[in-house]
Design a protein around this ligand. Structure first.
Ligand code: CUA
Length: 319
């Protein structure tokens, strides 16, 4: 009985990983669909080879009663060990090579520049009119249109991976890599850093929102605007936050950390770490170094309570 419970638990764990916002086997984009198909074809090919090898082993050890002649042995080795695997692998290789150009085509309708920085994502949209709109830690894309993503790093090697949309691609300092995404299904997915980049590597993620093109255009226009702030930025500026962070339209023009212009509209906080709520904004500002080890921002937990309250209220007003 215990075995059966274990088996069911194990199977649901394995199969559970096949769907959801961060699964390469639940594709929401053309590239990811090709990758998922390739995975199942390779799995089938590997299963065929495996069954054949096990069959040969069983034949040799159990069913073959009298010794095989030297010639017969050589023939088995030739067919089972060379010809058959070569055929299967050649078919898989041809299929894989056919995919390579498929993963590189598409005239982009939009270009997004993504820079990997320990441990967050600087995301800059380039509109067709040439305007650049900087944001961070959240990627929004129009459904049904090819998007070119250019990838760079300012410190160490990171890797940009949205399993539901495409394969991963490294972000290498001093070099620009190019990825084309073709999102085909509306929804919210999850992107991650797929290259170990330091202590908070596992805390470097981002939500990906695939929207109707009209909604996306409206959202991008709203992002291009200055922050509609209703709270006072005195404590934010007095404590030096504007030295690292920019809030467009204010005296805060720092470029070291994430742009905070429309922070309150983002889905997550700390690069995919927390839901973006007032409580979490306060925690993150007060305990940055403990929550995200190795990040460049210091903790501001020792500020007078009034200042912390004012900063959290100000961040919540950035829409
Ligand atoms: Cu960035 Cu791992």
């Amino acid at each position: 009985h215990h075995h059966r419970v274990g088996l069911v638990a194990g199977a649901s764990f394995v199969l559970g990983a096949c769907s959801g916002p961060q699964s390469a086997l639940d594709p929401a984009g053309r590239e990811a669909a090709e990758v998922a198909t390739l995975f199942w074809v390779m799995l089938a090919g590997a299963a065929v080879i495996w069954l054949q090898v096990i069959g040969a082993a069983l034949f040799g050890s159990r069913w073959q009663k009298q010794p095989i002649s030297e010639r017969g042995g050589l023939r088995i080795i030739l067919w089972a060990g060379a010809i058959f695997p070569t055929l299967v692998l050649a078919v898989l290789l041809a299929y894989g090579l056919r995919l390579m150009p498929v993963l590189r085509t598409g005239e982009p309708a939009l270009t997004v520049h993504v820079s990997g920085e320990q441990y967050w994502w600087r995301i800059t949209y380039r509109r067709p009119d040439g305007a650049m709109i900087e944001s961070a830690n959240e990627l929004r894309l129009p459904v049904g249109l090819p998007v070119e993503v250019t990838l760079e790093s300012v410190d160490v090697i990171h890797s940009f991976w949205i399993p539901a949309l495409a394969g991963k691609l490294d972000m290498i300092p001093g070099r620009t890599n190019r990825l084309v995404l073709n999102p085909e299904r509306l929804g919210t997915y999850r992107g991650v850093c797929a290259e170990f980049c330091g202590r908070s590597h596992a805390l470097m993620a981002f939500p990906v929102v695939v929207m109707e093109p009209a909604d996306f255009s409206a959202w991008l226009s709203q992002q291009a605007a200055r922050a509609a702030r209703t709270a006072d930025d005195g404590a934010f500026l007095a404590n030096g936050c504007g030295g690292c962070h920019a809030v467009r339209g204010t005296e805060a023009t720092g470029t070291i950390g994430p742009d905070l212009t429309h922070l309150a509209d983002r889905l997550s906080l700390g690069a995919g770490m927390f839901e973006n709520t007032p409580e979490n904004r306060r925690r993150f500002v007060a305990e940055t170094e403990r929550l995200k080890p190795g990040v460049r921002m210091p903790s501001f937990g020792s500020l007078p309570e009034g200042d912390l309250d004012a900063i959290v209220a100000y961040l919540g007003s950035l829409r």
